[in-house]
Write a protein that binds this ligand. Sequence first.
Ligand SMILES: NC(=O)c1ccc[n+]([C@@H]2O[C@H](COP(=O)([O-])OP(=O)(O)OC[C@H]3O[C@@H](n4cnc5c(N)ncnc54)[C@H](OP(=O)(O)O)[C@@H]3O)[C@@H](O)[C@H]2O)c1
Length: 241
Amino acid sequence: MFVKMEFSIMDAKSSYKGKVLVAGATGKTGQWVVKRLQHYGVPVKVLVRSEEKARIFGGSVEVAVGHVQDSNAVAAAVKGCDAVISALGSSSFSGEASPSEVDRDGVIRLADEAVKAGVAHFGLVSSIAVTKWFHPLNLFAGVLFMKHAGEEHVRELFSGEGRSYTIVRPGGLKDGEPMQFRLHVDQGDRIWNGSTNRSDVAELLVLSLWNPKARNRTFEVINEAEELQDTLNPYYEKLAG
Ligand SMILES: NC(=O)c1ccc[n+]([C@@H]2O[C@H](COP(=O)([O-])OP(=O)(O)OC[C@H]3O[C@@H](n4cnc5c(N)ncnc54)[C@H](OP(=O)(O)O)[C@@H]3O)[C@@H](O)[C@H]2O)c1
């Protein structure tokens, strides 16, 4: 009997066999990225600053220890991975967790080493308002400027042949389970405020590994209304390249 095999996102999902490096995995969004990858059975490697902190994963992931400032550690982390999802984020005005060190140079270093290692896809958590130089958030060591520079580098490197990127720009991040809200997505950085769950940002980036509509897309996301979702895949249908 001949059974017609049609491509569907479901087929792609179940057939995704790549290993994914999560940078910033011990952060609040990063932990959700790990959880959602594991939900779909995707093998995970994490880049963490502290081996002790990696104990939260209970041995369920491969661990690479290092700071994103250390090219050798980053190169070792991306080795053998098919995709990288960065949920890195700065938390101090200066030093190794500053916006210039993490959101700009850290993301740039991660992308550079990923390309050298043959990584095919890069997912990045950015922010709404990254293009607004006069936004008050830039008072925090130019954090939006820094994020935008990181974004630009990822777009440049990963839009090349055989590679892809997905950049999610969320509003204010909240905790909570995924798929509890109908989302509003937009492009062109036109959203000034709003919030969304870290878990949905994670879900969108995980889906971007196999959803062809997510290839080379940059978009903003905020919650629209409380409403259970079966999947976040349809939000990718609305996006332009
Ligand atoms: N908060 C908001 O409302 C909001 C809104 C829009 C966008 N965002 C962005 O969304 C992203 C995720 O936010 P979040 O709240 O989940 O962040 P988070 O909890 O602060 O996590 C940040 C992660 O980055 C890691 N990190 C920082 N410096 C590092 C370094 N030098 N080397 C290696 N790892 C380093 C941290 O490691 P440790 O665990 O070791 O500290 C942590 O795992 C960030 O880029 C943030 O700017 C946030």
